[in-house]
Each structure stands twice: as structure tokens, then as C-alpha cells.
Design a protein around this ligand. Structure first.
Ligand SMILES: *[C@@H]1O[C@H](CO)[C@@H](O)[C@H](O)[C@H]1NC(C)=O
Ligand SMILES: *[C@@H]1O[C@H](CO)[C@@H](O)[C@H](O)[C@H]1NC(C)=O
Ligand SMILES: *[C@@H]1O[C@H](CO)[C@@H](O)[C@H](O)[C@H]1NC(C)=O
Ligand SMILES: *[C@@H]1O[C@H](CO)[C@@H](O)[C@H](O)[C@H]1NC(C)=O
Ligand SMILES: *[C@@H]1O[C@H](CO)[C@@H](O)[C@H](O)[C@H]1NC(C)=O
Length: 948
């Protein structure tokens, strides 16, 4: 019976900083210690005396053991701190010394920075800072990297990803995230869907992502169990081998159970998604939760009663330990052993979940998406056990009612309320390769730099219960680190090398030179007033200008001036060159003087207003193309938008060609003052070209409008009624590519009737461009042939522009030779569909990016946003900045601005002068910098200067 003596694990190392849980553990353990010994004693006594017929089950010791561990809170093994080798160490991995790095460790609330070295071996960080010579002398084959002072951070940790479960490119079997078989299904496991061939693993690693929590989708109230993976490929090539500290039971009884157990993860969701999928209401969803948790509670009560009997030695008819494979995960929730990742947006839903946690007494690890959490910090603090962390997108919002009040200031407001902030990707919703960019944007809008870096490293690591081994740079931690080519919060930061478990992930990384200025965290602008307004107006602050003026305004103290003088964007003034201070004078929204103050004479009787730009800049207003901006308030709400066009071409394909087709004009559906348009405007995107929304072949005629205008009838609101004719060709269409090309050929060679015939003739006369949404290189090749075929027939030149164009770089030379222009979107490519899978990812995976490759082949290149990207139009200035920085010296600042202004103007066939009719003033830096903020926008067509 010696073996029956059980030594319950005594938690010596608190698994979490939260006092309640360790306290609870210790209390539970003390009780158990007492109980276990009493129970065993009772058992022995029964056996010894043989005085009764009570039958002690043969597995009594196992039962007692199980009972003793029921309430042990998960955490690292007792001896974890003294481990010599990681359980994920791959034999043969060379030890690596990274010398002379600027190390952001994550310690001291993310404020510690160490200048020094890092030694990686056995899958672990063996030493940080000054590394003793005797330690180094022990190594014979040490890979040495001289970091030359480069920034080094822990690997990026994504708390919310669907990598592998919703893999890319999207194929019929790749949407494996949402089961539609019930509202509450805690028994499902994301691991069972984890595809090892997602193209995105490698791409995300190239962005520095090393670890992610793979969550089931949000179609269910309880969608299933989530799993933590490391992204690197494994020798075994299996899904299971990617897991980090899986719960012991994940593959049956394969891993020896030790105590304490490991953390489990569970996905929950509230609000619209479960309601929509199950045609229910919020009331149904919360009831489903309560039913589920009531099942679990009853099971837990039975288990506890069973254990009470067992430890008391009351073995009579004790039966089997009450278990239920469907509800065991929720019982573990009630025992405090599960990190709940809860998708939840609005105050109403957050309130429902907070009540649920108090009714059933379990904590939530994090609320995800959580667009209204910043409005209700006190509510979050009422959650049972601990205040949940909040996992956010930086700026993606307004795509559904639940996200309508989302704010770019949420991260800083939550942090100011002492709530843990995490930035997450929801990959592939956002491409997790650029998860760090979410942290950069949160920082831009006011989250402190230490917290911004922590939000994608230490904070998510701790929130998922892995803070003992990832998310920090500390001796004994996993060797998951990233060496960056600039400060990680500087725009365009790109890994020079990424280590996971000490293994270098980038075979031959391409590194482009970065400026000195990018080696520091940007000094971001002051958004204090905007933040206050977000709170004051309950998430819907007014977005219009503080003032609109027609009078003379004089801009002073700017360092650069970019203008489009008819030959593309040029830098016409830089302080460095001229030295003398310059002023720019705007009247009636028009720039009417640039030069030294002495040169400006006025007969005004009053002193004109002056605006100090604090070393800022003036630049042409930017242009955006590709999204449904101006047609949509809330994409997910049918009643808030123009809607989808009737596709006369796709309807009855065979009979259509001879019939009259109606051409839809986006101008007729324009909606002004959408929040996305106003945010775009105050971010320097003054003009948008929007085509009618279509999922078919023919969209219609686009229109150009001023994003800051109040309504269509205002002077200068519509800048060009009809811009271009838009069609879309793809492998995802309901008819074949060959049919799509055939239809286009018929249209262009006299097959169209009525209005469509008229528009086609404008294309053939070169009066408007044909803009083709297309990603696939083979379809582009067919289009290039079609273009020359038609031109041959009609002896005319067609202006053709490819939009999207993820694979255009494969035909860069041919596209250039054919005189076709390209609007690249998304700017940073991602293989969402088969059409788009052959991307040119850019550094560190390839030397060049698609934009610089196309430019090098004399292609006119613009940047666009995706159809559902109205929320992202405001980022245009950072998108072009990123593209230029990524291209090293290949793209100048002027060219970067041109990508979203003069080049687009040309590619869309806008009247020249459209771009130069508006002017954007930024304070603190140029329109391309994280240091700057748009303070004024002038529109000559509207005759006003708007001041923010
Ligand atoms: C450090 O500088 C050396 C010499 O210029 C160079 O070979 C090496 O690649 C640099 N290291 C990094 C990590 O950039
Ligand atoms: C570290 O690198 C920086 C930048 O190259 C250099 O100035 C410095 O001297 C280096 N320090 C050491 C200790 O090598
Ligand atoms: C279960 O997983 C563990 C850890 O990866 C492994 O050691 C064990 O062999 C697996 N068991 C089975 C039966 O596959
Ligand atoms: C002031 O100057 C403007 C433009 O130079 C001119 O049109 C206007 O007549 C002048 N007004 C007076 C009162 O001189
Ligand atoms: C691009 O144009 C320049 C100047 O016209 C010419 O020298 C160069 O050869 C062209 N490059 C390509 C790839 O066509």
C-alpha cells in the first residue's frame, strides 16, 4: 500500500499574480491534504480490521488521487524554473549567440531595456545581457549574430487567431472554425481542425509571430476548446506536434499527468453571431449558456459529493466517478482551470456575461473584439474573480452594429483604467503577419509604448496562462525572439530574424536599410481631446471639423511641402534646402501663396489667422479606391447601405448579351457623412472613388466624391459624376473564367446594347478607363491579350487598369509593356484565395515587394483598399508609408504619396487637378509619419478650409 500514499502538489510558485486564485488553491489544497489522509486512513482501517463487509474498490488510491487534484489550479510544474531543456527543444538545434542587441525584455511593466547579448540553447534563453565567458567557452559550435544594436523583442503572441482552422488560400474545406450543430458545444476542439498546410504560418512568422491561441469561431455561445500553438513547422508535421503545453488529456492518456495541470482554453461568444446563426436572440444565447453551465454545475456537485464520500472512506456503492465527456470542459471552467476567451462587443452583452460569471462563479480571461469595453470599465471590474483583459483591433470597427462605437482610443482608455490590453488579429480577419502594426496603431492613438509592446507579447502570454515561458526575454524562457530592423513600434518594422524554440525561422532573410529616425519609438501626437470626446459622446463623437473657414489662413513652421504640379507629386520645399522660413496662404480653400513671409502682401484690414504646424508638412489630399466608402454606413447592416447591384450580365448568361444592359452609377447611391468617410477625411483622404457594389462581373460606373462633404448637393461634394467602368473577373465566379472573358470580348467588340453600349464606346474612345478587379496572373494575361485584340480591331487604345492584382508582379514586364496600370490592394498582400496565392511578400521573405517590382517595370501603380475596407481608408497614409519603407530606397516619399494621389488619379482617369484641388496640413511631421496629425484640410472645389 506504500504506493497509495499521495502527496498532493503544493503550489509553491503562484501561477498567476491574482491573489484570489492562489489563495483559493492553497485553501483547497490544505483541505484536501486533510481529507486525503483522513480518507486513506479510513480506508486502511477498514482493510486492517476486516470488521466490516464494506468493499473498498481496487482503484481507491486512484480515486483519492483524482479527488485530490480536482481543484488544483493549473500552472507550470514545480521544477519548471530549473529546467535545463525545453520540452520543445529539437535535437541538433545549434546554440546561438546574439551580440549587441537592444533588448526589450517585457520586464518592469515593459519599461526595461537591456543593451547586451542573448544566448539561446536547448530551446531556451540561457542568458541575457552580459554573458559570462566561461559559459560561452562551453560551446564549440555557436552561431553568432552581431545585431549591431538592433532591437530584439520576445516573439509576437496572438491571443486570437484562426490560423490552420480557417486556412489560406480559402478552399471549400478550409472554413473549419464554426460548427453549426448547437449553441453550446464545449466538447469541440479547435485542434481537430488544425490544418498544417495553411500558407499563413510562414507569412505570420515572417511578421514575428511565434505563438497563437487557435480559437473556434464565434457562431456559438460556447464554440469549443481552443489550443495554443507555436507556428513553426515540426519534424512530425502533425497538428498535435505544434501544441504548446496542451492539457494532458488532449490525445487520450498519452502524457503522464503531473500536477498542477495545464491551462485549458475555451471560446465563448455573445451577441450577434450566435443569434444570427441560430436565428435566435440575445435572450436565447444567454439562456443557452445558463443551461450549459447548469449541467456543468450539477455534474460538479456530484463529483464533489463523490469525492467527499471517497475521502471519508464511505466506499459503499460508491460507483464510478461522475464524468461526462460533453460537460467535463465546463466543469473545469467552474473549477477555475480554463482560460475563457470571450468574443463580446456591446455593453448589453458584456453585462450578460459578467452576470453569468457571478451566477456560476468562474472567471473570464479576456473579452475579445470588445468594442464597447472602453465605455464600461467599471462593469468589467464586476466580473467574477478577476477583471478580464481586453483583446482589441486597433481601428477595425463599424462593420456591424456591435462595432459601430468602436474607438481607436479604446486601448489607451482601458489602460488608463488599469485594464490589461491585448492587440489581436482574429487571423485571417486581419493578417496576423502585421499584428505588430495593431500595437503600433494603438500607440499612435495614445497607448504608452511599453504597454503597446506588451499588448502583443507579455500581456497575451500571461492572459493565456503561458507567461511562465513566453512573452518575455528572461533566462529560462522559451527561445522565441525577434530581431527587428527598426524600433518595433516604428512604421514598417520588419524582422531580420525570428527564432522559435531557438530555431532560426528565416532561411535567408532580406533586410532593407532603415533610417536612423525609425530606430526610436515614434513621438506620437496628442489625441487627448479626441479621446475625451469618444467618452463624452458614448462612442459616437462628432467627426466634422471644429471650424470651416473661407477667410485667409496662414500656415507657418512647416518643414516640407509636397505638391502635384501636373507631373506627379513633387517635394517643392524642404526646410533643409532653403533654410528660410516659409508660409503658405489658403483662402477659399485654395492655396494662393507659398514663399517667404515678406513676399506676401495683403490688403486685409484684420490680421489673418495663423496655424503653426510645428515642423509639419503640407501635401495633396489623398485618394482612395476599392472600398464601398460612401455607399455604406455599417457593412453588416443591410438597411444602412446602398446594397448590391443587379448584375444584368450574370443573369441568364446565355441570353443576356443581345439584351439591353443597364449600367449602374455609384453616384446615384452615394451616402455622405458616413463615419468611415469622415474619419478618412480627417486622416487626409479627401477624395474617394467608389464603384457600385457587385459580386458579379459588371459593377457599373464609379464616382468621385469629397469625403468631408455634407451632402451630394453641396458645391464640390461630387468631384466627378462618372469616373470609370468597373468589371470583376475571378476564379470564384459562378461561371468559368473563359465565359467571363468571352462576355467581356463580346461587350468590347460590339455586343453591348443601350446604355452599356454607350459606356463601352467611351472606353473604346479612350475617354474612360476600364478598371478590372482581378488578382490572378493567368486571367491578367488573358486580359492583356484581349486588350490588344480589341485595339487591333478598333484601331484605338483602351485604358485598362487592374485592381487588386495580387499576382501582377509575375507579369510585371508584360503589364508594363501593355500599358496597363495597376492598383495594388491589399497593399500588403495576403493569399486569401487561390487567385491571390502567388504573392510577392516582400522583406524579409523576398527582396522586393510587388509595388516596387511593378514600378521598376514602368507600370503606373496606385494603392487601393479591399471592398470591405471602408474602415481602413483612414490608414492610407500609413499604408503608402509602409510600402515605401519596405522598398528601402526604391520608393521615395514623393512616390509614396503619389501611390495614393496622382498615380491613382491617372489610373482611374480622373480629371487632372482633382488631387491638387485639396491640400492636407499635418503638424509634427509629414503625412507619412507616425509623429504627425492632420490638423487642416483645404478643398478648392468646396471653397473651404476645415480645421480639426
Ligand atoms: C551587422 O553588421 C554587419 C557588418 O556590417 C553585417 O554583416 C550584419 O549583417 C549586421 N547584422 C545585422 C543583424 O543586421
Ligand atoms: C553595438 O552596435 C552599435 C551600432 O552598430 C555600435 O555603435 C556599438 O559600438 C556596438 N557595441 C558593442 C559593444 O559592440
Ligand atoms: C500525446 O502527446 C504527447 C505530447 O506530445 C506525446 O508524448 C505522446 O506520445 C502522445 N500520445 C499518443 C498516444 O500519441
Ligand atoms: C484686395 O486684393 C484683392 C486681391 O488682390 C482684390 O481683388 C481686391 O479688390 C482688393 N481689395 C481692396 C479693398 O483693395
Ligand atoms: C522603363 O522606362 C525607362 C525610361 O523610359 C527605360 O529606360 C527602361 O528601359 C524601361 N524599363 C522597362 C523594364 O521597360
Amino acid at each position: 500500500m506504500e504506493k497509495a500514499i499521495i502527496t498532493p502538489y503544493i503550489q509553491q510558485r503562484p501561477s498567476t499574480k491574482r491573489p484570489y486564485s492562489s489563495l483559493r488553491t492553497i485553501l483547497a489544497l490544505s483541505l484536501l491534504v486533510v481529507c486525503v489522509y483522513t480518507g486513506l486512513f479510513a480506508a486502511f482501517r477498514t482493510l486492517d480490521t476486516k470488521s466490516s463487509v464494506a468493499k473498498v474498490p481496487i482503484n481507491a488510491p486512484q480515486i483519492i488521487q483524482k479527488c485530490s487534484t480536482l481543484n488544483v489550479i493549473p500552472g507550470p510544474p514545480q521544477d519548471f524554473d530549473s529546467r535545463k531543456e525545453s520540452d520543445r527543444y529539437v535535437l541538433g538545434t545549434n546554440p546561438t549567440l546574439i551580440k549587441n542587441a537592444t533588448i526589450w525584455t517585457g520586464n518592469v511593466k515593459g519599461l526595461e531595456i537591456i543593451l547586451g547579448d542573448l544566448l539561446l540553447d536547448k530551446g531556451m534563453i540561457q542568458a541575457v545581457g552580459e554573458i559570462p565567458g566561461h559559459l560561452l567557452n562551453m560551446y564549440h559550435h555557436l552561431s553568432v549574430i552581431d545585431a549591431n544594436g538592433s532591437w530584439l523583442s520576445p516573439g509576437i503572441v496572438d491571443l486570437h487567431s484562426h490560423l490552420g482552422d480557417q486556412s489560406s488560400p480559402k478552399l471549400s474545406g478550409s472554413a473549419d472554425t464554426n460548427s453549426r450543430k448547437g449553441l453550446v458545444q464545449p466538447w469541440l476542439r479547435s485542434l481537430d481542425s488544425l490544418n498544417t498546410h495553411d500558407d499563413a504560418y510562414q507569412l505570420s512568422i515572417a511578421g514575428g509571430v511565434t505563438t497563437a491561441v487557435i480559437l473556434p469561431g464565434s457562431a456559438n455561445a460556447i464554440g469549443g476548446q481552443a489550443f495554443v500553438i507555436k507556428l513553426r513547422p515540426t519534424k512530425e508535421r502533425s497538428s498535435s506536434s505544434m501544441l504548446l503545453e496542451p492539457p494532458f488529456t488532449f490525445n487520450g492518456t498519452g502524457i503522464e499527468e503531473v500536477q498542477p495541470p495545464r491551462w485549458r482554453q475555451l471560446k465563448q461568444a455573445c451577441g450577434e453571431n450566435p443569434s444570427r446563426v441560430y436565428s435566435g436572440t440575445r435572450m436565447d444565447t444567454i439562456w443557452a449558456y445558463r443551461q450549459g453551465y447548469e449541467e456543468a454545475r450539477k455534474l460538479k456537485v456530484k463529483q464533489d459529493a463523490y469525492c467527499e464520500k471517497a475521502v471519508a472512506g464511505h466506499w459503499d456503492n460508491i460507483g464510478d466517478f461522475p464524468e461526462d465527456l460533453q460537460w467535463e470542459a465546463l466543469v473545469d471552467v467552474l473549477r477555475g482551470k480554463v482560460k475563457i476567451q470571450n468574443h463580446c462587443y456591446e455593453a448589453v452583452d458584456l453585462d450578460g456575461i459578467v452576470r453569468l460569471t457571478n451566477e456560476f462563479k468562474f472567471p473570464i480571461a479576456a473579452f475579445h473584439h470588445a468594442h464597447e469595453t472602453y465605455l464600461v470599465p467599471d462593469l468589467l471590474k464586476k466580473a467574477y474573480g478577476q477583471t478580464p483583459a481586453v483583446a482589441l483591433f486597433a481601428t477595425k470597427a463599424r462593420y456591424k452594429r456591435e462595432s459601430y462605437r468602436g474607438s481607436e482610443f479604446a486601448a489607451r482608455i482601458l489602460a488608463e483604467n488599469e485594464i490589461q490590453v491585448v492587440m489581436k488579429s482574429d487571423h485571417p480577419v486581419l493578417n496576423s503577419r502585421f499584428l505588430l502594426h495593431e500595437a503600433q496603431q494603438a500607440h499612435y492613438f495614445g497607448l504608452a509604448s511599453n504597454l503597446a509592446l506588451a499588448s502583443v507579447t507579455s500581456t497575451p502570454a500571461q492572459t493565456m496562462g503561458q507567461g511562465h515561458r513566453i512573452g518575455f526575454i528572461r533566462k529560462g524562457y522559451d527561445a522565441d525572439v525577434v530581431l527587428w530592423d527598426s524600433h518595433p513600434l516604428a512604421i514598417g518594422a520588419t524582422p531580420k530574424q525570428v527564432f522559435i524554440d531557438g530555431i532560426a525561422q528565416l532561411g535567408s532573410p532580406f533586410v532593407r536599410p532603415k533610417s536612423k529616425a525609425l530606430q526610436h519609438a515614434p513621438k506620437t501626437p496628442n489625441f487627448e481631446d479626441e479621446k475625451k470626446a469618444a467618452l463624452e459622446f458614448d462612442g459616437l463623437p462628432p467627426l466634422g471639423p471644429k471650424e470651416s473657414v473661407s477667410d485667409v489662413v496662414i500656415f507657418q513652421n512647416f518643414d516640407t511641402l509636397f505638391m502635384d504640379m501636373g507631373n506627379g507629386v513633387e517635394q517643392v520645399f524642404a526646410k533643409d534646402h532653403l533654410g528660410a522660413p516659409q508660409i503658405a496662404v489658403v483662402q477659399n480653400g485654395k492655396l494662393n501663396y507659398i514663399g517667404v513671409p515678406e513676399g506676401y502682401s495683403t490688403n486685409l484690414t484684420t490680421t489673418p489667422r495663423t496655424v503653426d504646424l510645428h515642423g509639419g508638412s503640407l501635401a495633396p489630399g489623398l485618394l482612395s479606391y476599392g472600398s464601398r466608402l460612401g455607399l455604406v454606413h455599417i457593412a453588416g447592416e443591410a438597411t444602412t447601405q446602398d446594397g448590391e447591384v443587379f448584375d444584368s450580365l450574370m443573369d441568364e448568361v446565355s441570353s443576356t448579351l443581345g439584351r439591353e444592359a443597364v449600367v449602374i452609377r455609384a453616384k446615384d447611391g452615394l451616402q455622405f457623412t458616413t463615419r468611415d468617410a469622415l474619419l478618412a477625411y480627417r486622416s487626409g483622404v479627401t477624395t474617394a472613388v467608389t464603384a457600385p457594389y457587385s459580386s458579379g462581373l459588371l459593377s457599373g460606373l464609379s464616382t468621385a466624391f469629397n469625403t468631408g462633404a455634407a451632402h451630394k448637393l453641396k458645391e464640390g461634394a461630387v468631384m466627378q459624376d462618372e469616373v470609370a467602368l468597373h468589371v470583376s473577373l475571378s476564379l470564384s465566379s459562378s461561371v468559368s473564367v473563359s465565359t467571363q472573358i468571352a462576355m467581356l470580348r463580346r461587350l468590347l467588340s460590339g455586343g453591348a446594347r443601350g446604355d452599356l453600349e454607350l459606356q463601352i464606346s467611351r472606353i473604346l474612345e479612350g475617354k474612360i478607363p476600364l478598371v478590372v478587379d482581378v488578382h490572378n496572373a493567368d486571367i491578367m494575361a488573358s486580359l492583356i491579350q484581349l486588350k490588344s485584340e480589341i485595339q487591333e480591331q478598333t484601331k484605338s487604345v483602351i485604358q485598362m487598369t487592374f485592381a487588386g492584382a495580387s499576382e501582377a508582379h509575375l507579369l510585371a514586364r508584360e503589364i508594363g509593356a501593355a500599358g496597363v496600370g495597376v492598383i495594388v490592394s491589399p497593399v500588403r498582400p495576403f493569399p486569401s484565395f487561390w487567385d491571390m496565392r502567388r504573392i510577392l511578400p516582400g522583406p524579409p521573405l523576398t527582396q522586393y515587394n510587388a509595388i516596387s517590382t511593378l514600378l521598376a517595370n514602368n507600370v503606373t501603380v496606385g494603392v487601393g483598399v479591399e471592398s470591405d475596407g471602408a474602415w481602413a481608408v483612414r490608414h492610407t497614409r500609413f499604408d503608402v508609408s509602409w510600402a515605401a519603407i519596405e522598398a528601402g530606397g526604391d520608393i521615395s516619399r514623393e512616390e509614396a504619396i503619389a501611390l495614393a494621389s496622382s498615380n491613382l488619379e491617372k489610373l482611374l482617369g480622373l480629371a487632372s487637378g482633382t488631387v491638387s484641388s485639396s491640400l492636407v496640413a499635418t503638424a509634427g511631421g509629414t503625412i507619412l509619419d507616425f509623429e504627425s496629425k492632420v490638423v487642416a484640410v483645404a478643398s478648392a472645389k468646396r471653397g473651404v478650409l476645415d480645421l480639426f
